[in-house]
Design a protein around this ligand. Sequence first.
Ligand code: FAD
Length: 610
Amino acid sequence: MHEHDVIVVGGGGAGLRAAIAAHEEGADVAIVTKLHPVRSHTGAAEGGINAALRDGDDWHDHAYDTMKGSDYLGDAPAIETLCEMSPEETIQLEHWGMPFSREDDGRVSQRPFGGLSFPRTTYAGAETGHHLLHTMYEQVVKRGITVYDEFYVINLAVTGEEDPEERSCHGCIAYDIKSGDLVGFKASGGVILATGGDGQAFDHTTNAVANTGDGPAMAYRAGVPLEDMEFVQFHPTTLPSTGVLISEGVRGEGGILYNSEGERFMFERGYANNAGELASRDVVSRAELTEVNNGRGIEDEYVYLDMRHLGEERITDRLENILHLAEDFEGVDGLEEPMPVKPGQHYHMGGIEVNEHGESCISGLYAAGECACVSVHGSNRLGGNALPELIVFGAMAGRHAAGKDLGEAEIKTGPSASIEEETDIETPVAPGAIDQPDPDVAADGGALADADAVVERALERERERIETLMERDGVNHADIRSDLQDAMTRWVNVFREEEGLKKALEAIRECRERYQEVAVADPSRTFNTDLIHTIETRNLIDVAETITLGALARNEFRGAHWRAEHQERDDENWLKHTMIAWNDGQPHIYYTNVILEGADKKYEPKIRSY
Ligand SMILES: Cc1cc2nc3c(=O)[nH]c(=O)nc-3n(C[C@H](O)[C@H](O)[C@H](O)COP(=O)(O)OP(=O)(O)OC[C@H]3O[C@@H](n4cnc5c(N)ncnc54)[C@H](O)[C@@H]3O)c2cc1C
């Protein structure tokens, strides 16, 4: 068994920042990650980091834009912390050597981004995430922080008290991809989940194949509620054949969207008369699909994004990466032709419910980055607000897990915080042996008290589960995953209606039942991607089910959640967070209040127009 004070699961932007912060507090910290840190999906981030750095800008304006962008479903204290701390954290990156793009006078460049009232998106070309990862990885190496890379974490070691809020997390169990062994990790301070997104629940996504929602699914099965899972962001400019992202930076620099009739539809069809192409992402995605559905798309599928008028010099200076992506993945020369684009799954606003310190309702279990919901994005994330979330809340989670007293955080809690029960949504089939979370109970039925015993017991249980998967005959995970992705893409996409959501839920439940018979065909113990993908598919089923349950229950249109039957935002009934907790083998839906009171003002919900 490996032992450290703090274990960070994931070596992306959030995980690296958390590890550095924990190390600075004197903790013995280790990163456990299924990919090498610099291969994490943060490396794909193109556009930039929002930070109120310039004269004339103010973090309060950033907070206002973020609250408006969230369609008033973000929590004000967390949003204010994000916006206040982002400049400091961005400057920290600069001091660590991040090669930001610069103006002629040497100042770090900033550009406009969707939904922002000031050009406050700081960037490093169109490769911001790549540079951010490398900059922080250098700091991890410099500090001698232990990195267990190619270790796939398959479960948490959590005690088995009946009430999830009384449980504690003592570590995690990982499959060592190179040796084939199962390994226990014990953490005396805390386990920080920083596992990133879950875009693989859909089949057209900007997310990498590794983005399978492992963190949220593990936390959910351990008893932590998942928050606001129905809110999934669909980015308006992805390449049709692959889902590869064309950064919002293109529109930030002045790129224009056209339909098949050559109309600049964002203005000419009245979707966003002020902001046009730079309206918030949910608005632009719906506009594009409306154009396609009304016969004004190209090949009935996409619209054009044109940047030719920006000129070769500006494009190669600021958007060179985009030229390569369009050429390599679509065969289009962005200097000569417009690029085909359509909406694709991009980001998950929902995630593991945590407070500003990254604490979940299970003691010793933290989350940061895209897998967490603090919540700062509410029902729609503004472009450029995820990277600051990684560095601001990653650092706070690292410090807290290392034992630093950060004062009071506006505490969000587990199931006891319920303000309202939701009873009319059917719960799913009971999970079978392969799927079920076994509580760590002692022989007398009580919770195991000793941390070593909790990790050992979890290790034993995972060994049995893996043996079963490897030794029996059964169905392959790939068909199940593909059917799951089809259902989510067809029915839980930009436009959602009750009938479709119910069909999706049925399809997901069928996937869950079929998963009880799943087996791993590849008998090798090392580098067994069949085994990894089989376990990931189980996580995707949990994630997909919570997204769909949340979407079916939420009878209103807010942010990225559009409902055919409910065309209005309903503040009277729905100004609340959806929480889905796994209780007694079933999802349980309840709601908690949104916090609109900031430090010095209340954010009154207004009509969101751009
Ligand atoms: C194409 C693209 C462009 C984007 N551009 C921007 C942008 O310009 N600005 C912005 O603000 N946001 C942007 N975003 C969003 C932002 O980049 C992501 O939300 C963010 O980088 C996620 O970081 P993370 O640290 O949470 O996760 P990741 O960077 O995905 O890291 C997750 C880590 O967890 C590890 N991991 C996962 N599961 C396990 C497991 N079971 N066991 C062990 N390790 C595990 C992985 O190996 C990886 O190291 C973009 C997103 C995409 C997809």
